[in-house]
Design a protein around this ligand. Structure first.
Ligand SMILES: Nc1ncnc2c1ncn2[C@@H]1O[C@H](COP(=O)(O)OP(=O)(O)OP(=O)(O)O)[C@@H](O)[C@H]1O
Ligand SMILES: [Mg+2]
Length: 281
């Protein structure tokens, strides 16, 4: 591969498998295969920001794309994946779902009307799972609004009889805990921060393999592994940014190896440094 191609390839997303993600994916498959029942289980995928939640859902949804009929229109849409609107606004929530299946709607219609349209449409296209990313957006704000949205979610789940997968931060987890009925219907699946253990070392080894530098960096060596964890703060997104940045420098400088010194001098800014820079403005 040529120099430029190698640099570009560093930035093309490549899914790296790790046990926590595989377990979550297996659980999602299990939920998707469930027959419709009166009381479907739901899942709350919780984790820190930048720790791979959306990447995991994207990976899952790529395996369950809509089926197209002869006119290339979607005849069935097994998964609906939406991002919750930035504020607890019920109409915008339904509109996000309708937009996902390219259904025409009138934004001026009432929440009740849009809700009805969502229920009709999702059963027409045989949706088997509703995935709501950034759920903390709609479970924010005053308690009364939170409660309202918790009821919206409960109602959708009951009516559609499909599993609902909510993805969010710890705030979402706490909001759901406030509603006893929902709390026992939502199974929490956690993507914790990375710590010094065998899974983490395997992750580093996978990154090293993906970068394919000419010399071995041995990222799994305890001192180096610890340093990477310390600088990055331990989320997969930051680990990935730090290592990509370092690999890029290693290619550009021709050293072809990630060393402790390179981690310090590659130009990566840690979350802590970014916060400090911002507060200095
Ligand atoms: N399995 C993986 N393999 C390789 N890189 C990954 C993997 N999972 C996540 N990443 C990297 O981590 C970054 C952050 O992941 P993602 O966007 O999924 O985080 P998130 O948990 O959804 O964060 P937020 O709560 O801020 O939305 C991604 O841009 C991706 O580069
Ligand atoms: Mg995300």
């Amino acid at each position: 591969m040529k120099h430029d191609e190698r640099l570009t390839s560093l930035y093309t997303h490549q899914w790296i498998q790790y046990p926590r993600a595989e377990q979550a994916l297996a659980k999602l498959e299990e939920f998707l295969a469930l027959p419709q029942m009166h009381r479907m289980p739901n899942m709350l995928l919780v984790g820190d920001t930048n720790n791979g939640k959306t990447a995991l859902i994207r990976r899952f949804s790529q395996k369950h794309l809509p089926a197209l009929d002869q006119q290339q229109a979607a005849s069935s849409v097994p998964l609906i994946v939406i991002q919750a609107p930035p504020a607890p606004d019920e109409r915008r929530f339904y509109q996000a779902i309708l937009s996902h299946v390219f259904a025409p709607f009138r934004p001026s219609h009432s929440a009740a009307h849009l809700q009805h349209q969502v229920l009709r449409l999702l059963s027409a296209v045989q949706t088997k799972m509703l995935i709501i990313d950034e759920i903390h957006h709609i479970l924010a704000g005053p308690l009364i609004k939170q409660r309202h949205f918790l009821n919206v979610i409960k109602y959708l789940g009951n009516e559609l009889q499909i599993p609902i997968i909510a993805i969010g931060t710890k705030d979402a987890f706490h909001a759901i805990q406030t509603d006893e009925q929902l709390a026992n219907r939502f199974e929490p699946v956690v993507l914790p921060r990375w710590t010094m253990n065998a899974d983490y070392l395997r992750l580093l080894a996978s990154f090293e393999q993906v970068f394919a530098l000419e010399h071995a960096s041995s990222l799994v060596k305890p001192a180096l592994a610890r340093k990477i964890l310390h600088i990055s703060g331990g989320t997969i997104g930051e680990i990935s940014s730090l290592l990509r940045r370092a690999a890029r420098e290693a290619i550009e400088r021709g050293t072809e190896q990630i060393t402790p010194e390179l981690l310090d001098s590659c130009g990566y800014m840690s979350p802590l440094q970014r916060r400090q820079a911002a507060s200095a403005v």
